[in-house]
Structures are given as C-alpha cells and as structure tokens.
Design a protein around this ligand. Structure first.
Ligand code: 3HC
Length: 312
C-alpha cells in the first residue's frame, strides 16, 4: 500500500471519477472487481442455456429470430465482461476454471428450468427487467472498463425486456390456456427474479465497501424495491396480477409497494449449488468447454506456426 497513491485513488473515487486499468488501485478493489465482473460474465453465458432451450421450439419464425438474437446478445455480453475483467490482470482461462470448478458464482436465476414458451416471455420481462435495474447504475461504476461495457450492454437489454413483454401481451390476447400458461410462468419466476438483487443490505457482505468504492451506487434492497414498483404496474397492464404474492400492495405512506418475505433458504440453497438446475447448467458449460478444446488448440497451433514463419 502506498499512502500517496492511496490518497490519489481516494480523491478520484470521492470526486466520482473513473479508475482506469493502468491506474494504481488497492488490491482489495481489484479483487472485488474481478469477483463481480467475472461472475457477471458467467451469469450472461450460463443465462444463454435456459432460453437456448426454446430456440428450436419457438412458435413462429419471428419469435425464433428474436430469441436467437437475444441469446447471441447474451453471449456477446459475457465476452465483453470477460474482456473487462481481463484488464484487471486475470486470464480468461483462470476465470472459466473458477466457474467450471464451482469456485465462482453466477446469478441464481439461471438455475430455474424453462418449462413452457411463456417462460421465455417472463424471462425477458422480469429477468432482463431486473438486470436493467441492476445494470443502469453500473454504467456509473468507478471502474472505467466495467462502466463502459455496461453502457453498451444496457442498450441491448432494453430490447431484451421489451420483446419478452410483447411476447406475453400476445399470449394474453390468446386462449384461456395461453393466459394460464403466462400466469404459471409468472408464479414460478417472480420470487427468483427479486432474489437476483442479492441479500438484504443488512446481510450483504460486500455492499458497504462496494458503495464506498463507487462500485455499488444503489443498494440491493433499494434496487429490488425499484424493480417491484415498476413491475407491478406492468403486470396490471398485462392483466396478470393474480396474487403471486398476497402481501404485494401499495403503501401510500412509503410511496412504494410492500411485498412479502423472501425465502432466503431457497436463495442460498440455489446460490450454493443445490438448485433444480445447478448441476445441469454447470455440466453443460463444462461439456462446451471440453468439446471446444480442439478449436482452441488448433487456433494456438496456427498462431505458433504463423509466429515461427514470421521469424524465419
Ligand atoms: N445469485 C448468485 N449469487 C449472488 C446473488 C445472486 N442473485 N446475489 C448475491 N450473490 C452473492 C454475491 O456474489 C456474494 O458472493 P461472493 O462473495 O462469492 O461473490 C454474496 O452473494 C453476497 O452478496 P452481496 O450483495 O454482498 O454481493 P455483491 O455486493 O457482489 O452484490 C450483486 C451482488 C448485486 C449481484 C452484484 O454482484 C452485482 O451487481 N453484480 C453485477 C450484476 C450481475 O451480476 N447480475 C446478475 C445477472 S446478469 C443478467 O441477468 C444478464 C441478463 O442479460 C439476463
């Protein structure tokens, strides 16, 4: 630790400035950014699996094209975020090894199964809706490469959320079975979506320091509340406000919606790898990594030969 550099770093943070990859930074700042950015990237890549499951089964060519574009976007978000994490001096291989060995986390939400086509709409509406809430403040994160990656990603997230909501609006104009399918999907995805924002602030190990460092601009609970307040109204337009949460109701005094208690046992059970889909999701990622080994080896061998020719 170097007091002069520390003072310069603190001054930049306090002025709401950006820290760049070549700037001095406390080791703990670098470590928590590698943790958060790499887990964010893992979430994007694992998040391709639940939706990818429906690309071959989309009901129309238009919906197939939209879903294909969205899943490809998520892959791009992941690669963008791995590149941002690499600016902190870690290798892609290290980050992926941490995912494949279960050392690194990815968002709990992607461990739930996509049982019907309505799930695809609800994921766009709720999961990408929650992701937008969480990612907009990250565009002002104090670490430059992460903030800039978020600006580009947030532009695409709006499309992701709109297409999901549009899909559901279409189904709500359909048959009673289709409307019930939407309600069933909302019932299964509502609580896991509000869990995406993380533990309550009082139980959050990183929030205090992340807020101090300008990494977390709005707290877990405040973002969660913003999401609930915005989403309840959208559910009313959709005509799906059957009580997924009987305690969900407007509180004039607070100026927010009250909602019921979150099942934190379910949350930590999934975060710690024991959810319905954790084993399958991780196995799918490890298989993709192993199946792709020959491509990496061929590219590296090609690069070695090219370099050797260049130095002949
Ligand atoms: N799923 C899995 N782990 C979670 C979690 C969740 N929903 N919420 C919190 N955690 C983990 C944290 O990673 C931390 O564990 P760690 O120390 O091993 O990393 C622990 O629970 C304590 O939580 P904290 O609130 O103290 O941790 P953070 O300050 O990191 O806050 C966060 C958690 C709000 C998720 C924050 O990391 C963050 O903003 N991350 C960036 C955004 C992100 O990753 N979003 C995930 C979804 S990406 C997505 O949805 C893609 C979209 O295109 C669909």
């Amino acid at each position: 630790e170097n007091p002069a550099y520390q003072a310069e770093f603190d001054a930049k943070i306090d002025a709401g400035g950006y820290i760049e990859a070549k700037d001095w930074m406390p080791e703990a700042y670098r470590k928590t950014l590698v943790r958060q950015i790499s887990q964010h990237a893992h979430s994007e890549i694992v998040g391709m699996l639940p939706e990818g499951n429906w690309i071959t089964r989309a009901p129309t060519l238009k919906r197939k094209a939209i879903l294909l574009a969205k899943v490809q976007d998520e892959g791009g978000h992941g690669l963008y975020l791995y590149a941002a994490a690499e600016t902190l001096g870690v290798s892609r291989d290290e980050l992926l090894d941490a995912l494949h060995t279960g050392k690194a986390k990815y968002s709990s939400i992607f461990n739930y199964p996509t049982l019907t086509w309505a799930d695809i709409g609800v994921i766009g509406w709720l999961v990408d809706g929650a992701a937008i809430m969480n990612q907009i403040p990250l565009c002002k994160c104090s670490y430059g490469p992460y903030a800039r990656a978020m600006v580009r990603i947030c532009k695409e997230e709006s499309f992701h959320q709109r297409q999901g909501y549009d899909l559901l609006l279409t189904m709500m104009k359909g048959t009673q079975e289709q409307r019930q399918m939407v309600q069933d999907a909302v019932n299964r995805w509502w609580w896991p979506s509000i869990m995406m924002f993380g533990p309550h602030d009082k139980d959050s190990v990183h929030s205090g320091q992340s807020a101090r460092w300008g990494i977390k601009r709005i707290s877990n609970d405040d973002l969660r509340q913003k999401f609930v307040d915005a989403t309840v109204k959208q559910a009313e337009v959709l005509g799906r406000d059957d009580d997924v949460d009987p305690e969900l109701k407007w509180n004039e005094e607070r100026g927010h919606y009250d909602f019921g208690a979150i099942d934190w046992d379910e949350f930590w059970n999934v975060v710690n790898g024991h959810g319905q889909g954790n084993v399958d999701r991780l196995a799918a990622r490890v298989k993709a990594w192993e199946d792709g080994a020959w491509v990496r080896e061929a590219a590296l061998e090609h690069e070695r030969k090219r370099a050797a020719r260049e130095h002949q």
